[in-house]
Write a protein that binds this ligand. Structure first.
Ligand code: GDP
Ligand code: IMO
Ligand code: MG
Length: 434
């Protein structure tokens, strides 16, 4: 068995947390490669619910190593709060979690900058999670960011922090929205937080590459989804990191030659949180039914998720971007009630067929989905654990998605719990994860 990436192939919240948790049992290490505490990965173990934000889902498996890679942006206060909650629930974190010394640090000023840009008249509001993720990545790519290693070097940190905060104050003053802040206190707080994360910090690229060289296996856990990827998503309605497969390499320091497969997670329908074009959004009762049955409310912000039908052109696109070997289709049970299930099989703008995903939101907003209507199965699939036990029409639905997307469905999720899962015998999926 090799090293595998499991990522979102829609707009996030596909059920990555459940799937990564389930299959992390078969790997030695689980590594997060991008994003920050904008992610909310829900895992149910029996009646216990965990929502992981920064910590990889593998942490819930005793004895597994969890890595937060260099591509992640870390709010140390959020991270420590999450670790505290996990420990209070009896999860062993100490000794199992390692944090990259090259990951960038997120400060309260990043949240403030985000609020300013999101609220600014005339600027497109992205509908972010308000965690400061975008501004933190801005500082990273602007080459003025502060990394975990810098935070741990007190002398260097103080100087860097003061320069960075001066810059932020200058921007705020220029815009006439400056508010006096006790920066000395923030700096002291961060120094105290640094002391607490220090024992977990190391060069995680060295850790991962050494482990791989010694024959241990790594599962790379994506956050967000490919349509939120900074390069390949519905820009500017995206997050600020590389959620796609490429991000696994840049975000951990593990080369593509050491990664052996990519698995995409997709819901049996599709959701999106925040603004931006959404061709198959169901604004009618169907969207409401999906939201209700799927409990589609954001794991981080609690916002109602926008719901719609499975979008084949979108998944064909994310399959190409990620080189998907196999797909996990989650939340099949949510569609159990429907008389008919719609699947978007193509895009049209006016009379023109659109073969590729348009690059601009203006064009994407004009896209009219071409739907194929499939009969619903009108029977419960909740908790079904074998493919043959699924209603025939549910199997037909899955076979249809497979043939239209050109991607094998190697695994199906029929409920939030670990055991509510079907793994298809003989699939590429089983070969990758066997
Ligand atoms: P992630 O961000 O991709 O990890 O997904 P989220 O945790 O944000 O959202 C997925 C939600 O669906 C969570 O509440 C999961 O517990 C739940 N879930 C996952 N798989 C299934 C499934 O097959 N059926 C149902 N009904 N719920 C599921
Ligand atoms: P998981 O990992 C769904 C969305 C936000 C917003 C856009 C930018 O749980 O799938 P950001 O705060 O990242 O700058 O917001 O991205 N977004 C997500 N949507 N699931 C997520 O994570 C998301 N993380 C960010 O709603 O539209
Ligand atoms: Mg989520």
């Amino acid at each position: 068995m090799g090293n595998i990436i499991i990522l979102g192939s829609q707009w996030g919240d596909e059920g990555k947390g459940k799937i990564v948790d389930l299959f992390s049992e078969r790997f030695d290490i689980v590594a997060r490669y991008q994003g920050g505490h904008n992610a909310g990965h829900t895992v149910f173990i029996g009646d216990r619910k965990f929502v992981l934000k920064l910590v990889p889902s593998g942490i819930l498996r005793p004895g597994k190593t969890a890595v937060i890679g260099n591509g992640v942006v870390i709010d140390p206060a959020a991270l420590l709060a999450e670790i505290g909650a996990l420990e209070a629930a009896g999860v062993q974190v100490n000794g199992n979690l390692f944090i990259s010394n090259r990951a960038h640090v997120l400060f309260p000023a990043h949240r403030m900058m985000e609020k300013l840009t999101e609220d600014r008249p005339g600027r497109v509001s992205i509908g972010t999670t308000s965690r400061g993720i975008g501004p933190c990545y801005e500082d990273k790519f602007g080459r003025r960011g502060i990394r975990v290693a810098d935070l741990l070097d007190t002398g260097a940190f103080r100087a860097q922090f003061d320069v960075l905060m001066d810059e932020k104050a200058a921007i705020a003053k220029a815009r006439g929205i400056y508010q006096e802040q006790d920066l000395r206190r923030t700096r002291d707080e961060y120094e105290a937080l640094a002391g607490r994360i220090r024992p977990m910090v190391c060069d995680t690229a060295v850790l991962l590459n050494r482990a791989i060289a010694e024959g241990r296996t790594v599962l790379f856990e994506g956050a967000q989804g490919t349509m939120l990827d900074i390069d390949h998503g519905t820009y500017p309605f995206v997050t600020s990191s590389s959620a796609g497969a490429g991000g696994a390499c840049t975000g951990t320091g593990v080369a593509p030659t050491r990664i052996h497969g990519v698995v995409g997670v997709a819901k049996a329908y599709i959701t999106r949180v925040g603004g931006g074009p959404f061709p198959t959004e169901a604004r009618d009762g169907a969207g409401e039914t999906i939201r209700r049955r799927g409990n589609e409310f954001g794991a981080v912000t609690g916002r109602p998720r926008r719901c719609g039908w499975f979008d084949v052109p979108l998944v064909r696109y994310t399959s190409a971007i990620n080189g998907l070997d196999s797909m996990v289709v989650t939340k099949l049970d949510v569609l159990d009630e429907f008389d008919n299930v719609q699947v978007c099989v193509g895009y049209r703008i006016g009379q023109r067929e659109v073969a590729e995903i348009p690059p601009t939101v203006a064009e994407l907003a004009r896209v009219e989905p071409v739907y194929e209507c499939l009969p619903g199965w009108k029977a419960s699939t909740f908790g079904v654990t074998s493919y043959d036990a699924l209603p025939a029409r549910a199997r037909e639905y899955l076979a249809y998605l497979e043939s239209r997307t050109g991607v094998e469905i190697g695994c199906i999720s029929t409920g939030p719990e670990r055991n509510q899962t079907i793994v298809r015998a003989g699939s590429r999926f089983t070969k990758l994860l066997a």
